[in-house]
Design a protein around this ligand. Structure first.
Ligand code: AMP
Ligand code: ZN
Length: 121
């Protein structure tokens, strides 16, 4: 989809702090993080809602792999949620740790970069 911000991240037109990539899925840091390592896991194929994606089980396996990796590295809990208030390209949020900023500001690029280096698979 030409006007979709996440499709532009998939093609590289918009940069991202990449955590994980394979042929079908991409995970990158949210630039308005609610927690440390706030991540969005997306299918590369544009579908509007998670429930529209035809291989939900496979998608969820990838989300689980990243969440378990985060638990191992952080020794903390990992929350997840599915919203879609702002971006209509299927995505699942992962959030590390107990503290959440309910009024997030744009993340500091240096902190996002070091977070990416700490957590990427
Ligand atoms: P929602 O659609 O409500 O699940 O929220 C979409 C999320 O995407 C928000 O938490 C935004 O901060 C995040 N977001 C929007 N644009 C970008 C971007 N270019 N890179 C990373 N995260 C983004
Ligand atoms: Zn898209």
């Amino acid at each position: 989809m030409s006007d979709c911000i996440f499709c532009k991240i998939v093609t590289g037109e918009i940069p991202c702090y990449k955590i994980y990539e394979d042929e079908k899925y991409l995970a990158f840091l949210d630039i308005y993080p609610w927690t440390e390592g706030h991540t969005l896991v997306i299918p590369k194929q544009h579908v509007e809602w998670v429930w529209d994606y035809p291989e939900l089980g496979e998608y969820f396996e990838v989300v689980g792999k990243i969440a378990r990796h985060y638990r191992e590295i952080s020794k903390d809990i990992v929350r997840s949620n599915i919203d879609g208030w702002q971006v209509q390209h299927a995505h699942i949020h992962l959030k590390i740790g107990k503290l959440s900023d309910l009024n997030p500001k744009q993340g500091d690029p240096d902190i996002l970069k070091s977070t990416m280096e700490k957590y990427r698979l």
